[in-house]
Design a protein around this ligand. Structure first.
Ligand code: B12
Length: 149
């Protein structure tokens, strides 16, 4: 059974390229990806997570307003009974040059399980999600040489 993840760009942000790449990478890695696209509201993330019985929500933000757009997001998830959901956020999370460590701490304090910067390769997030959702490696990942023969 594929594991369902919700993906979207939060707030008024219209940067679409990053989530398109993430959608393809998570799909290729065997996840059932629900891509809500750009300019997604907090309510739309919550509704989709409930409707699709998702195990993780992946929030993207590029334009520098992530902190405002995510204010109250985890409280909203908790009110909907989704307080245990795995939540990731990634992209350009602050305005201009930021201290990555400070940014990570800030978003973790808001409730995100993991925080990724704009240098993140999709594989890194996929690997992290497999760990967080305790997904065992597939046969070919366990033994790539044997899988090729
Ligand atoms: C293309 C672009 C645009 C296009 C977007 C077209 C479109 N429909 O997508 C246009 C011209 C419309 C645009 C508009 C704006 N943009 Co613009 N844009 C860019 C640009 C040049 C490239 C973005 C991109 O596509 N990158 C390629 C993809 C593959 O990379 P990515 O988006 O970073 O995504 C990867 C990672 O970040 C990560 N990732 C992203 N999200 C997530 C989520 C999770 C969970 C994980 C794990 C990983 C992850 O994985 C992705 C795949 O590898 C960047 C600069 C840059 N070099 O990044 C500026 C940039 C993002 N834009 C910026 C700004 C300011 C704006 C505007 C506000 C400008 C304005 N004043 O109007 C508007 C915002 C409009 C809006 N409502 O969103 C700033 C943001 C500044 C900040 N955060 O401090 C940037 C950084 C430019 C800059 N250096 O100032 N933009």
């Amino acid at each position: 059974m594929p594991r369902t993840v919700i993906l979207g760009v939060i707030g008024s942000d219209a940067h679409v390229v990053g989530i398109t790449i993430l959608e393809q990478a998570f799909d290729a890695a065997g996840f059932d990806v629900v891509n809500l696209g750009v300019q997604t509201s907090q309510e739309e993330f919550v509704e989709a997570a409930l409707a699709r019985d998702a195990e993780a929500v992946l929030v993207s933000s590029l334009y520098g307003h992530a902190a405002q757009d995510c204010r109250g997001f985890h409280e909203r998830l908790a009110e909907a009974g989704l307080g245990d959901l795995t939540t990731y956020i990634g992209g350009n999370l602050a305005v201009g040059q930021d201290d990555p460590e400070e940014t990570r701490e800030r978003f973790e304090a808001m409730g995100f399980t993991r925080v990724f910067d704009s240098e993140t390769e999709p594989e890194e997030a996929i690997e992290a999600l497999r760990v967080d959702l305790e997904i065992p490696p597939t046969e070919s990942e366990r033994d790539p040489v044997r899988a090729r023969t």
